[in-house]
Write a protein that binds this ligand. Structure first.
Ligand SMILES: *Cc1c(COP(=O)(O)O)cnc(C)c1O
Length: 467
């Protein structure tokens, strides 16, 4: 199976090229040309498998022979052996049919590790085979940066440069990036906002000559391989709670629509998912869309859940491709129009299709704090503000069956956001053992002004360093 673009021009692209290029040349996102499916009998054979074996079975159909089976088995096994819970993505019961899927057992304590740990290894595997090196540049508002750094440190084929807005991320988040001392890891603290960081990364990537000379690449959330790795934990949770014999539902705190899109793919592959509940903070573009069928862009508002402070959910284009019966030309026209008019509206029929599966709920910061407190009172669990939004959305949902399990995704560990958790519950969460010495380690980073040329000079200088 090969890949095609949501905007219709690129097709027949192999898995390794999809992995290494990220974005299609026509500006679209890559998706498989056919979807692998698991029948009920197939799903039954997956019940009870250890996480890494399930991961191999679920992801293998997407590789189309670009990587030999025994290498892939080794890579996946090694990836999830790094996680500090034997179940990798364990479930915790919060209420009668109310569950929490803990996705913070990777090295940097957010769900992004589940995909990026695999991505780093796959990048290295294909680059070494091709005798190539890349320089990955990325802007981060917190979790993506540390997950990328941890996934790529000491890999000989990859140089990593991560730009964060100086003084605007939590100390835990900063230290998770700046205390990784490796010759291929470079942190920039930019005197500016997250948007400034993102603009600089975009400007570097849009400079074709600079991009080619330095072999620049990105591992952002539009990379198909990240979605592919995230599909696995939906299968793991569903099978653990009775699928395929009974349906399950998920509640997902959402920013870029990447994580919840992976749930949609799992459903397409045969997992009986009944409802998908999307939780947002005050940056509620998706919730408004699910309510009204209209999507329009507002300014970004900073909230207590910064990893969801996003105005455009870039992965939504993949779902749009499905809604438009995989007509790339229609998606292209639509996206062009959206870019010009900054809004769009779907037809009544499409709206019904969407609302049969999706519902959206928004939480203010105050409501986020309230649910964190309430959950702590009820169960003794400390959850981070992003996960809290998922739990609250799942509880508010208009459920089509009371007996269908509602599984909320815990996307980060409470100790990543200790100040908010302490305000909400009175308890300061402690870091897991593996991060015990985070506050004693030496930090290394470069403070740079918000100036494209100065950042480019720095990137040039560090990417010419031979490892
Ligand atoms: C990135 C992130 C999200 C949002 O995920 P999307 O795939 O962008 O929807 C939610 N919670 C946490 C903790 C994150 O790091």
């Amino acid at each position: 199976m090969n890949y095609h673009s949501t905007r219709g021009k690129d097709r027949g692209i192999s898995f390794d090229n999809v992995l290494l290029t990220g974005l299609a040349r026509d500006g679209g996102l890559f998706l498989p040309e056919q979807w692998p499916t698991f029948s009920k009998a197939d799903l039954i054979t997956l019940i009870g498998l250890p996480y890494h074996q399930l991961a191999i079975r679920v992801m293998e159909p997407f590789l189309n022979g670009t990587i030999c089976e025994s290498d892939f088995i080794d890579i996946v096994t090694e990836t999830y052996a790094e996680f500090d819970h034997i179940a990798v993505a364990p479930l915790k019961q919060l209420g009668n049919n109310d569950w929490l899927l803990e996705l913070f057992h990777g090295p940097t304590l957010s769900f992004k590790d589940y995909a990026l740990q695999l991505l780093g290894r796959l990048f290295d595997y294909f680059l070494i085979k091709r005798c190539q090196r890349v320089t990955i540049v990325g802007a981060t508002s917190g979790d993506t940066g540390s997950a990328s750094i941890e996934a790529c440190k000491n890999r000989t084929s990859i140089n990593v440069i991560i730009i964060h807005p100086k003084g605007r991320i939590s100390e835990v988040q900063r230290r998770q990036m700046t205390t990784v001392i490796a010759s291929n890891i470079h942190n920039i603290a930019l005197d500016g906002t997250f948007d400034d960081c993102q603009d600089i990364v975009k400007a570097m990537l849009n400079d074709q000559m600079f991009r080619e000379q330095l072999h620049l690449s990105v591992v952002n959330s539009i990379n198909w391989t990240r979605i592919m790795a995230q599909i696995v934990y939906y299968f793991a949770a569903g099978l653990a709670l009775g699928a395929p014999h009974v349906p399950i539902s998920f509640a997902v705190p959402t920013g870029n629509f990447g994580n919840v899109y992976a749930a949609f793919v799992a459903r397409r592959m045969g997992l009986p998912i009944s409802q998908l509940i999307v939780g947002s903070n005050s940056n509620d573009i998706l919730t408004r869309f699910f309510e009204t069928g209209k999507m329009s862009i507002n300014a970004v508002i900073p909230t207590l859940s910064p990893s969801m402070d996003i105005q455009i959910s870039s992965n939504f284009e993949r779902y749009l491709f499905y809604l438009f019966n995989e007509d790339g030309k229609r998606v292209l026209d639509f996206m062009m129009k959206f870019r010009q008019e900054r809004q769009f509206e779907v037809s009544e029929i499409t709206k019904t299709t969407i609302s049969n599966l999706f519902q959206g709920y928004r939480l203010s910061d105050k409501e986020t704090i309230e649910i964190m407190y309430k959950l702590y009172q009820e169960t003794g669990e400390l959850i981070d503000p992003h996960s809290a939004i998922g739990v609250a959305a799942g509880r508010r949902a208009n459920r089509c069956s009371k007996i269908t399990p509602m599984i909320a995704l815990a996307t980060a560990h409470a100790a990543k956001f200790p100040d908010v958790v302490e305000v909400a519950t009175g308890v300061r969460p402690i870091l897991p053992k593996r991060l015990n010495d985070l506050f004693n380690l030496h930090e290394q980073y470069e403070v740079l002004p918000n100036d494209l040329e100065i950042v480019k000079d720095y990137v040039k200088q560090v990417s010419e360093v031979k490892i």
